[in-house]
Design a binder for this molecule. Structure first.
Ligand code: NAD
Ligand code: DAU
Length: 355
């Protein structure tokens, strides 16, 4: 038995594969294009494991997918591959449409054909888990109730619009063809192996280099933070127990303002590696993100009650683990800070002056 994971060299996919193999799960084939966000070094611990195989390729390559699905006959596809950073989608949306919308469509088509070739119990057991985001629901006001599975879609960035498009395709493939699709919509993740373009990883890495900590706008935007290992456990629950055609929201119940997250990082770093004057002296307000969503929050009661999932980490315990991981893995961090990364920092931050 095999599962096909797409985007497994990225942040969440790599954590998923490491946990899956550590948990004794069946063999994994990881299909990844190795964009700037894909990093085989994150999977070094399993690279030689007999239950792990890597394929360098694009989810938009129909011929490759047909070949892979015929060769491995996976019992499930767990689909992480995406362009995932909102700021990059503002500077260059085309890749988001190409991978998140068109790529997901090509993958769904290939999975449908493979599933239709299966018979009996293999066909009944097949699952396609589509990993998505809470950003498809748009932005909440301060006193709005958290997003539930029945919240209307209202994506605001090219990234979230492209993920919304992929969610609609995944839904339609279940509704029209009966493909056993399960969609998960998760809140903001953090933890080991996160590329240092996202808030928590960026702030830790910048602070350790004594660089400014750029807080967009007034810093009062709210995100609902979930430790990546808890997200991966939620995806495993959805794969094992989720009902085809259903959507499960996954969230940490840990709403925090950005400025408070950055302050918490500074405090955590100060405990592990004290700095004269403290790290918060590096906090620098910068121009806001265009179209910046104000607040995300997830109502995770469905996955809790139906599948028995709940997060194991609090925001504080997860953040402490994360800071420790970045301190202990300076080699991994140094390797991801390529020329491409420096060019991205220049593009996204150089032109931002104080708000
Ligand atoms: P990431 O950017 O760290 O990794 C994406 C991976 O996909 C990379 O390894 C990249 O090489 C690969 N990839 C990109 N285009 C590809 C293509 N065309 N073919 C094959 N591989 C391709 O992303 P992440 O943060 O790990 O997110 C994974 C998934 O989870 C995404 O679908 C994202 O929308 C979703 N998600 C992320 C978060 C979060 O906070 N990071 C929260 C909720 C949902
Ligand atoms: O909600 C789930 C989503 O969370 C995922 O679908 C996305 O893939 C993931 O990137 C994330 O999106 P956000 O835009 O919320 O994450 P990001 O880490 O980019 O930003 C978090 C908040 O911090 C947001 O309000 C913008 C702010 N921010 C971000 C950066 C990079 C800053 O203030 N400064 C920064 O330098």
């Amino acid at each position: 038995m095999t599962i096909l994971v797409t985007g497994g060299a990225g942040f969440i996919g790599a954590n998923f594969i490491l946990d899956w193999i550590a948990g004794g799960g069946e063999a994994v084939v990881n299909l990844d294009k190795l964009t700037y966000a894909g990093n085989p070094a994150s999977l070094e611990a399993v690279a030689k494991h007999p239950g792990y195989g890597f394929v360098h390729g694009d989810i938009g390559d129909a011929a490759l997918l047909e070949h892979l699905l015929a060769e491995h006959r996976p019992r499930a596809v767990v689909h992480f591959a995406a362009e995932s950073h909102v700021d990059r989608s503002i500077h260059g949306p085309a890749a988001f449409i190409e991978t998140n919308v068109v790529g997901t469509f090509v993958l769904l088509e290939a999975a449908r054909a493979a599933w239709q070739r299966l018979e009996g119990s293999a066909r009944a057991a097949f699952r396609f888990v589509h990993v998505s985001t809470d950003e498809v629901y748009g932005s909440l006001g301060e006193s709005d109730v958290p997003f539930s599975e029945s919240s209307p879609y209202a994506p605001n960035s090219p990234y979230s619009a492209s993920k919304a498009g992929s969610d609609h395709l995944a839904r339609a493939y279940h509704h029209t063809y009966g493909l056993p699709v399960i969609t998960t919509n998760c809140s903001n993740n953090y933890g080991p192996f996160q590329f240092p373009e996202k808030l928590i990883a960026l702030m830790i890495c910048n602070a350790l280099e004594e660089k400014p900590l750029p807080v967009y706008g007034d810093g009062r935007q709210v995100r609902d933070w979930l430790y990546v290992g808890d997200h991966c456990a939620g995806i495993r629950s959805a794969l094992a127990l989720g009902r085809p055609g259903e959507v499960y929201n996954i969230g940490g119940g840990a709403e925090r303002r950005n400025i408070d997250v950055v302050q918490a990082i500074c405090d955590e770093l100060a405990k592990a590696r004290p700095r004269q004057g403290g790290y918060s002296a590096l906090i620098t307000p910068v121009a806001d993100r265009p179209g910046h969503d104000r607040r995300y929050a997830i109502d995770a009661s469905k996955i809790r009650s139906e599948l028995g999932w709940r997060p194991r980490e609090t925001f504080e315990s997860g953040l402490a683990k994360t800071v420790k991981w970045y301190l202990d893995n300076s080699g991994w961090v140094a390797r991801v800070k390529s020329g491409e990364y420096r060019r991205w920092l220049e593009l996204n931050y150089a032109a931002r002056s104080a708000p």
